[in-house]
Design a protein around this ligand. Structure first.
Ligand SMILES: *[C@@H]1O[C@H](CO)[C@@H](O)[C@H](O)[C@H]1NC(C)=O
Ligand SMILES: *[C@@H]1O[C@H](CO)[C@@H](O)[C@H](O)[C@H]1NC(C)=O
Ligand SMILES: *[C@@H]1O[C@H](CO)[C@@H](O)[C@H](O)[C@H]1NC(C)=O
Ligand SMILES: *[C@@H]1O[C@H](CO)[C@@H](O)[C@H](O)[C@H]1NC(C)=O
Ligand SMILES: *[C@@H]1O[C@H](CO)[C@@H](O)[C@H](O)[C@H]1NC(C)=O
Ligand SMILES: *[C@@H]1O[C@H](CO)[C@@H](O)[C@H](O)[C@H]1NC(C)=O
Ligand SMILES: *[C@@H]1O[C@H](CO)[C@@H](O)[C@H](O)[C@H]1NC(C)=O
Length: 468
């Protein structure tokens, strides 16, 4: 009896206490590891807050090792205490149960350690595959960017589209971890053409293939990948005319590469003849007659610049001319101290070069693109001979909302001689009404050359303030 009492006081009691102690350690440990196990798939976002995840897991495995060691110690101590002592059967039973329990916990802890080690290995491999970037949305997209690069066979396209991490592995001043150069998704369906376009020798002169580039852009491969070759220039470029002469004189023919155009000089473009290679604004290279009067005299346009600007005296300073033309609108607006940028592509004639040689800013832009201006910045958008009855209603919607985005409150939208079939007119007018702009002018004029089937529409609209 005494023997039993003693054992209870020292041996058994001790055993139970250390057992409870062990259990609480185990509980604490389990809660930590559970936390660690729940988040390992997110090493990118947790690296910053929790430090290096790998060392964290290395620590857990060490902790596991020491727990296993303590469990083993305890089991050994129990076995030792049993040796040589005559035991009460009840006590013996208890001891056996205790040992079995410890063995079970030991087994569970062992497998936990194993799975942790495996997980650590996995994360290590993952980190080697994708370096821990500060989760740029593209780097999270399952390596689809690399798939983009793999899609094309030309090495230059691959080099262009691959993510370029910053040199020092830190964010740059713009807050990005790397540089992501994109291409228009229509490039994928234009694979062969794009590959041909991107097949060149780095550092050499590019092929004379601007036309192919423009075709790709018009078909939606926009933005086009950039190239690392030197664009061809006119053979004998002479300096442009001084600004007081350049605006109203045809430029020097030598300042344009004429390959790719039917006309081979400006006189051909200005002459009143067919077969120039373009039909929109067929007279717009004739600066002395056709262009000279536009927007300045009645019968050349529905509204005159002077009248339009008087609506907002002195308020219109900068704007965009989204038209087909040679920069005459910008030229006239300059006389009113307004700076216009002329968006254009070279459809059949060197429009961009012409605008630049006259002394204005040509913006080489297709209709596919979002305007490269920030919200609420421009005082005016003018458009003529561009949006016509060919345009799809959904496309028109996207374009009008983008124009609205860049126009400032109180800015003017000048729709100049939009033409369409008579029967489509109401639908188009609804598209413009959708903007809910203030109408300064709004006119519909029958177009005389197509048996009255077509009509012109012009409007002068003002973007309302949106103080929300
Ligand atoms: C990510 O890639 C894995 C295999 O690489 C694939 O099983 C999974 O569906 C992909 N997820 C997405 C969102 O593409
Ligand atoms: C991205 O930035 C984070 C810090 O913001 C840095 O820890 C990480 O290494 C960077 N990754 C790359 C690939 O530059
Ligand atoms: C243009 O300006 C230059 C000097 O600025 C002058 O020499 C020239 O005569 C001017 N040309 C015309 C057509 O006014
Ligand atoms: C511009 O048009 C007028 C009238 O049609 C013509 O007389 C003149 O020669 C043209 N200008 C050029 C440069 O062709
Ligand atoms: C161009 O020629 C056509 C006839 O061929 C004529 O109707 C038109 O007025 C001419 N344009 C100019 C600007 O002279
Ligand atoms: C402008 O149109 C009116 C009739 O609407 C006409 O009488 C006049 O001659 C035209 N002027 C010019 C410059 O064409
Ligand atoms: C344009 O600015 C100049 C110089 O500031 C000024 O003399 C001229 O009157 C202005 N023109 C208009 C149309 O406001």
């Amino acid at each position: 009896m005494r023997n039993l009492n003693q054992f209870t006081r020292f041996g058994f009691k001790n055993g139970v206490y250390s057992f409870i102690f062990l259990l609480s350690i185990l509980a604490l440990f389990l809660s930590i590891t559970t936390l660690c196990i729940f988040y390992p798939q997110n090493p990118l976002s947790f690296t910053n807050t929790f430090g290096d995840q790998t060392t964290g897991q290395g620590g857990s495995i060490q902790l596991l090792d020491s727990i296993i060691e303590k469990l083993m110690d305890q089991m050994r101590a129990l076995e030792n205490s049993a040796i040589g002592s005559i035991e009460h059967s009840e006590l013996k039973d208890m001891r056996l149960k205790h040992t079995a329990f410890l063995a079970e916990i030991l087994g569970l802890t062992g497998s936990l350690k194993l799975s942790l080690a495996r997980e650590k290995e996995d994360i290590h491999q993952q980190q080697q595959r994708t370096p821990p970037t500060e989760t740029h949305p593209l780097s999270r997209s399952n390596g689809s960017l690399d798939e983009t690069a793999e899609f094309f066979l030309t090495e230059e396209i691959r080099k262009y589209t691959k993510i370029k991490p910053n040199r020092l592995g830190k964010k740059n001043f713009m807050g990005a971890n790397g540089t992501f150069m994109s291409i228009g998704h229509a490039c994928f369906s234009l694979k062969e053409e794009l590959e041909e376009y991107m097949d060149y020798d780095v550092g050499d002169f590019c092929k004379d293939d601007w036309k192919q580039a423009q075709r790709l852009m018009v078909l939606g491969c926009d933005p086009l990948p950039r190239r690392r070759c030197f664009a061809r220039a006119p053979k004998l470029y002479s300096k442009p005319l001084p600004i007081n002469e350049s605006i109203w004189n045809l430029p020097d023919d030598r300042n344009v590469r004429w390959s790719g155009y039917r006309c081979k000089n400006f006189a051909c473009l200005a002459a009143n003849r067919t077969g120039k290679g373009f039909f929109k604004c067929s007279d717009c290279f004739n600066l002395t007659h056709h262009e000279w009067l536009r927007w300045m005299q009645v019968n050349t346009s529905d509204f005159l610049i002077e009248k339009v600007l008087s609506i907002k005296q002195g308020e219109i300073r900068i704007g965009l001319d989204f038209s087909v033309g040679t920069g005459t609108f910008a030229a006239r607006m300059k006389e009113f101290n307004v700076t216009m940028i002329s968006a254009t592509i070279n459809l059949g004639a060197p429009f961009s070069e012409m605008i630049a040689l006259r002394g204005f800013v040509p913006l080489y832009l297709t209709i596919n693109q979002r305007l490269p201006f920030f919200d609420n910045t421009l005082d005016m958008i003018h458009s003529t001979r561009f949006l016509d009855g060919w345009i799809d209603f959904i496309l028109l919607d996207f374009i009008l909302y983008d124009w609205d985005r860049v126009l400032r409150p109180g800015g003017l939208l000048w729709i100049d001689s939009f033409f369409c079939k008579n029967k489509d007119l109401e639908d188009y007018l609804d598209a413009f009404r959708m903007l809910r702009y203030k109408k300064h002018r709004w006119v519909v004029v029958p177009k005389l050359d197509k048996d009255g089937e077509e009509v012109f529409f012009s409007a002068l609209l003002e973007k309302p303030p949106r103080p929300f």
